[in-house]
Design a protein around this ligand. Sequence first.
Ligand code: IFM
Length: 721
Amino acid sequence: MWLIKENGFDKEHIIHRGNQFIIGHMKLGVRGTLDEFRRAEKVAITLPFVYDQVGDGWREPVNAFNPLFSEVIIDGKPLNVLNGHVISHEQTLDMKNAVMSRRSVIQRGDYQVTIESSRFVSSVDERLIISKFQVSIDKDIKIVIKTGIDIDIWDINGKHIEDVKLSEKGYLKVEGVTHEKGHLITCLKEITPLFENSKVKIEKNNDGIFYGIEIDAKKNHVYKFESFAVIGVDQENDDLENKLSEVLHEGYHKRLEKHSQIWNQKWDVSNVIIKGDDAADVALRYSIYHLLLLAPQSNSQSIPARGISGQTYKGAVFWDTEIFMLPFYLNTDLVSAKRIILYRIQGLPGAKQKAKSYGFKGAFYAWESQEDGFDACTDYNVTDVFTKRLIRTYFKDKQVHISGDIVYAMKMYIDRTKDFSILKDGALEVILEVARFYLDYGHYSILKNRFEIWDVMGPDEYHERVHNNAFTNQLVKMVFESVLDYEEYFESENDSYFNDMVEKLSYHHELELINKYKDLVYIKEIEDSLVIEQFDGYFNHKDINKDELFKLKLHEHEYLGGQGLAGDTQIIKQADVISMLYLFKEKYSKEVIKNNWEYYEPRTEHGSTLSASMYALTSCMISHPDHAYPLFMKSATVDLTGKSKHFAGGIYIGGTHPAASGGAYMTAIFGFSGLSFNQGIKVNPKLPQSFENISYTVRDKGKLYKVNVDRNESKIMEEKD
Ligand code: IFM
């Protein structure tokens, strides 16, 4: 099943459909809005990793001009799904080819208009958006098709593009510069009208530049055109004109063929087929579709937490990418996996700068990372819904686990690929600087003879400024151990690189401390109940039932963390100890995992879409795939159903959820099929009731394998690459 289809039109679903039907790639994110939609309907052509800040507003990615705008005007008034009587409406995403289409039949007075369109963002030429549009009416009538470049852009903290110039040069052109860094953004558009006897006028106004094509439409005749647009940033603008004329010459279908070939190649190595459960099969494919859209396109790109779906979360990269998405790329696309790592290597100066700004040594990575590792997170990231005042949050300054997550990812990359060269590409320096940061941030307690890490926030963001978060402390230990492991690696290779780096970074003292503390990092005890306390004193918090707590809410979007309702209770926002148990599974028994699962799951809000998959994965580890199944489906369907938080406090946080997509993939592959690489490639299936079979392709150490997991028999076969 390759199609996602929605029938019927409901204004309430406009924002969600924009996310659900997204197309594009890491250079151009095109929300799944309709041709006639404008800023009010949250149309966005997002330019990932091109950021801008206006005044004190949040720094966010720039939304470009919209060349996909087209509408039909009859009797002097636009006729569209928003103002006409919608007889039928269908929106489709063809995941195989990454093409979005719509078909709407709209009635006004005594006539019905049928509008159809399709669009794709070329995966061959990354600056190109291609579409086709057609209209027919069941009556002879004069119509105007208005199509052009809309410049009235939806921005959350904009207006980001200034000095906008409109021109017509045999094609439509709009250019403008961004406010902060003066990036030149250009958009060219041309159409090839495939109908005759029309008059074309050019309209230029505050909304943009448009062709108005006047047609004496004949009953049931189809009027159609193809539209080609190129969007460039800075030096990419140099050959936009050539690109446009080249593509005009080739046309929609030829370009689609080339684009589809690339998508089909991507699917060849990444598709997963679930037999026996169509809903799971399509939901997982949809998750993979998102991960394919989001493959970084250069070494200075990683993956923002809301993908390419707009400006929420400031278009920034969080730990989501390393912990929840990287495993997909390690299995299917090593170029992207490496880029995810290189992005953090490039972010090292930013991370050192951040550590310094707080008075620490080493590298403290950005909680919300933009270009060059700049931290876009603010100290006041949430608004109080009652008073409209900003609430002090501690994501930026206390979620120190981010640096350890990055080292964890580097280690994962090296373990899976055996590509130790990444250490020389900068990963070793990152690891050393992260360890240096933790040495400085934590402290050795003489009385307790242990290394403790105080005043942090774990993945559960509701509990602020806690001591010895189990998750964070395990990561710190892992970072210290990694330093020594890589020291040993270079020694075994007779390579002086490690020692040279120690010299270069004046790291002798740190190395001594790491040797001293690596076995003294305080790892939270396993209690008699086999449960691990999330942080010092967590068990003393009020043990209230989740539903009871929610009943106390006075506002749907009120913030529960910090001083909010959950702050002094045991209700947690998202998997915390459970995430630690998944990441460090080799250190804990099944019994411990089971007891912690049973303790923490009822106390977890799953208020972040990162949460469900960690519970699903650990559920498989304790042989409860049927408990994992609903959590897997929750992760895999979040952007299909739109069932996620759209507000935190008063702040809009909607968009797509690639960490949930990655988590769903991980659950299917590592959970249900039980894939592991530790002792060669192996599976240990734990299929939920509804699955008959799961099959997929996976790369490991330069080889490609076809894995087929059945209830009775599993096969892993090497394939030709
Ligand atoms: O990184 C997450 C965080 O763990 C919870 N809030 C949302 C962030 C972005 O997805």
